[in-house]
Write a protein that binds this ligand. Structure first.
Ligand code: FNR
Length: 183
């Protein structure tokens, strides 16, 4: 069966390059895997008071979407040399209930990007560390960082072939990790 992936965008803005990378990859995957591009606009701030057996609907939806996936792609911008607050918040939700968060044991690929020349690389290490803490099985290599992303996106999708191929290489590593886990 075709592997199911969830692609979580770490930016809420309509014209987000992080979201566009996921949308471009969804097309480029061409049947190799299904990619559910997931936007976090409805997810509230983490609050342990409401993280009960019946959490907010948006939280339940997000957790179920991760649980239904064989693997996870996190596409985050770099904000002040780290991941966006939006993605940190989402990983915090995905890390709970304690010891049973849906991201636990899920092969996970990290993608960063920036309109600048560093491709969001400084967000990679903190993002990986947070994902390890949450129990995600982070794909070690490659580190997918897309620089100059503004010039590589058209009509809400990553279209530049070199960047697509680079990111698809990361997805190959992710799919391989999924296969190894299932064997
Ligand atoms: C940024 N940006 C940015 N870029 C970068 O390469 N390194 C950084 O540390 C930061 N820091 C930063 C902080 C804040 C608060 C904002 C709003 C922006 C620029 C950032 O890469 C750019 O806005 C991207 O377009 C954001 O990603 P999306 O929204 O296109 O996915």
């Amino acid at each position: 069966t075709t592997p199911k992936l969830i692609g979580i965008s770490g930016s809420l803005r309509a014209g987000s390059f992080s979201t566009a990378i996921l949308e471009g990859l969804k097309d480029a995957l061409a049947g190799k895997a299904e990619l559910n591009v997931y936007r976090l606009n409805d997810l509230p701030f983490y609050n342990q008071d409401v993280d009960t057996e019946t959490p907010p609907a948006a939280v339940a939806d997000f957790r179920a979407a991760i649980a239904a996936a064989d693997g996870v792609i996190v596409a985050s911008p770099e904000y002040n040399f780290s991941m966006s607050g939006v993605i940190k918040n989402a990983i915090d939700w995905a890390s709970r209930p304690y010891g049973k968060g849906p991201i636990r044991g899920k092969p996970t690929l990290v993608i960063t990007s920036s309109p600048g020349s560093t491709g969001g690389l400084r967000a990679q290490a903190p993002l990986r560390e947070t994902l390890y803490a949450a129990g995600g099985l982070v794909v070690h290599t490659p580190h997918i960082a897309i620089a100059g992303v503004a010039d590589k996106v058209k009509d809400g999708k990553l279209v530049e072939q070199k960047a697509l191929d680079f990111a698809l290489g990361g997805i190959d590593a992710l799919l391989n990790e999924i296969r190894v886990r299932k064997a």
